[in-house]
Design a protein around this ligand. Structure first.
Ligand code: N01
Length: 545
């Protein structure tokens, strides 16, 4: 790391690479680039510690809904062996402790500046490098790796009168790190996605009264939390490389056996029986991808999947009016979620469900929330489980100025644009881990695969004494077209959710994923390596002396 004074830009620290974020992807980026490639790396995180999403999402009930054998790092077998997970779906504090352990084990903290937000990154064309402004301090780096999180920019709707409310308001993804005492309180929850269902299930037994303000119900299957199956992790270690290869060369990279049978190809009885069986085993992605392979693409399969869940809701929730309100009318094509005991909550005397789709919230008052029918719900605490400006949201919070002074905001005005979900034309040497049109899969294994690919390109640029590598304009166009075509063949494309941006007013409603599956995505990355990046990238001229 060199401190230099640049006549044009003032004092600046020179490094080889800047990493933004210290969650799963950021930590591995630092390790890979610094400890393996030997680069001088400076990382930043606006959080006070490592963890990324698992630092911020500290709300009661927060836990992974990916089975832990695929929700961890694979790059070091010793790490896999020594860390002892306790549950099939670990809680937030356990995942955060794991990431803290990783930071310590690989000595990563010394490269991270916490409580520091990267405000802008500006391409310095003559010197083929980025100028990074981190809360006013300037860094110059040839490479920037943004590991800023797919679901990190919180969506906080503004309700009229919000400032009048005398109680406490918490967003699930900005939950305080100190204890929030909810015992005996009147708590209102807005939002019934993954975060909302988890928080509702967890706090319902201990609050005084709970009012759930539901706009759109979602299909929920049980998680079936339990200890990890005895011997599972040991069996994985016996064929460690084979296991991780199979995870990556699957469709979803979730580490369970995906079905290759179409629900459309079997009888109605067989369909129902398979979904019943999957429901009993628990898990959202399993329910969508392990019983049959066409739930996300065939309306027939999709209807059979929801028929079983709807029946379970009716069997579980005693009040038929409430049960009907909890049954979605749309397709099962949002990010599938799972939560134990969610529907059972609505049998508790202290829980009421308010349908704010037909009777919208009109304002927050001093004492609570008023709905259109004039009713005022008195509350001590309001929990906003209202989600995220997903996929592109966090990238766009950083002011990017690329080649020829073009901003990322302008380049992405009509839609986010990338090649491989990793690089955007006009923004050389800038990598977005899990950026727009990245793979629609379980994330940690793909984070590693992407970071390995990024490290390969950096090594290539350095070995060949090049200034830069940049996604080609045509390659980007082709990637977008292919991603869109694949997404159009799925039901996600016609269902409102953060997956297509429709949860944010004014955001372009557009495909934001590569839905061709993890294996196909891995092949696409490998193709670039095999062709020496000559086909789809612009490789810059040698670094100026
Ligand atoms: O957010 P969401 P989330 N008035 O967007 C409602 C990951 N995750 O934080 O659908 C009233 O799904 C909104 O209603 P509607 C996971 O990938 C994972 O729950 O817009 N309601 C909806 O009900 C997940 O998919 C885990 O009508 C309003 C809710 O808020 C993703 O994060 C845990 C409203 C938002 O649901 C996002 O999940 C948690 C308004 N003005 C999160 N605005 C696990 O691994 C929004 N809503 C388990």
């Amino acid at each position: 790391m060199n401190d230099v004074v640049n006549a044009d830009s003032g004092p600046m620290t020179e490094v080889d690479a800047v990493v933004i974020g210290s969650g799963f992807a950021g930590l591995y980026s630092i390790h890979k680039l610094r400890n393996e490639l030997g680069l001088d790396v400076q990382a930043f995180d606006d959080a006070a510690d490592v963890g990324g999403t698992w630092f911020w999402n500290q709300y009661p009930g927060a836990r992974s809904d990916t089975e832990v054998n695929a929700y961890c790092y694979s790059f070091d077998k010793d790490l896999f062996h020594e860390w002892k997970w306790s549950e099939r779906y670990p809680r937030q504090h356990e995942i955060r402790a794991y990431l803290q352990h990783v930071a310590d084990r690989y000595d990563l903290r010394r490269s991270i500046r916490f409580n520091t937000r990267v405000q802008s990154v500006t391409w310095d064309e003559p010197n083929s490098r980025w100028i990074v402004d981190a809360d006013g301090e300037k860094y110059a780096a040839q490479f920037v790796v943004e590991a800023v999180g797919l679901l990190s920019a919180t969506k906080v709707p503004h309700f009229a009168g919000q400032e009048k409310f005398k109680g406490e308001i918490y967003h699930t993804a900005r939950w305080p790190h100190e204890d929030v005492d909810l015992a005996g309180k009147r708590v209102g929850v807005i939002g019934t996605g993954s975060s909302g269902t988890q928080v509702i299930g967890e706090i319902a037994p201990r609050v005084g009264e709970m009012t759930v303000f539901q706009r759109t119900p979602q299909w929920v299957v049980p998680a079936k939390h339990r200890p990890i199956s005895p011997g599972l992790l040991e069996r994985i270690e016996q064929d460690y490389e084979g296991y991780w290869h199979d995870v990556l060369y699957s469709v979803t990279a979730f580490g369970f056996e995906e079905s290759d049978v179409a629900a459309e190809s079997v009888s109605e009885e067989e369909r129902i029986a398979a979904f019943e069986k999957q429901y009993e085993q628990g898990g959202g992605f399993q329910y969508m991808f392990a019983a049959f392979n066409d739930v996300a693409t065939s309306r027939i399969a999709n209807a059979a999947a929801t028929e079983v869940i709807a029946r379970k809701i009716r069997e579980t929730v005693k009040d038929p009016v409430t049960a009907n309100l909890l049954i979605p009318s749309d397709l099962y094509a949002k990010r599938p979620l799972c939560c134990d005991g969610y529907y059972e909550v609505y049998n508790q005397d202290n829980v009421q469900l308010v349908d704010v789709q037909h009777n919208p919230i009109v304002e927050f008052t001093e004492n609570g929330i008023r709905t259109e029918d004039g009713h005022e719900y008195e509350l001590d605490v309001i929990v906003l489980a209202t989600g995220f400006d997903a996929v592109s949201g966090n990238q766009l919070k950083i002011q990017h100025t690329g080649r020829n002074g073009v901003s990322l905001h302008d380049a992405w005005k009509h839609r986010p644009r990338t090649h491989l979900g990793l690089m955007s034309h006009g923004f050389p040497n800038l990598y977005m881990i899990y950026g727009p049109m990245g793979p629609f899969t379980n994330q940690p294994p793909l984070h590693e695969a992407q970071v390995d690919w990024v490290a390969g390109t950096i090594q290539y640029v350095r070995d060949h004494d090049l200034g830069s590598i940049e996604a080609g304009a045509e390659a980007e166009e082709a990637w977008i077209a292919e991603s869109d075509e694949q997404a159009a063949g799925t039901l996600f494309a016609v269902t409102n959710s953060w997956i297509n941006g429709s949860n944010i007013p004014g955001k372009p409603i557009i495909n934001m994923f590569f839905m061709g599956g993890s294996a196909a995505y891995m092949d696409k990355m490998q193709h670039e390596v095999d062709t020496d990046y000559q086909e789809n990238f612009v490789l810059g001229s040698p670094v100026p002396a």
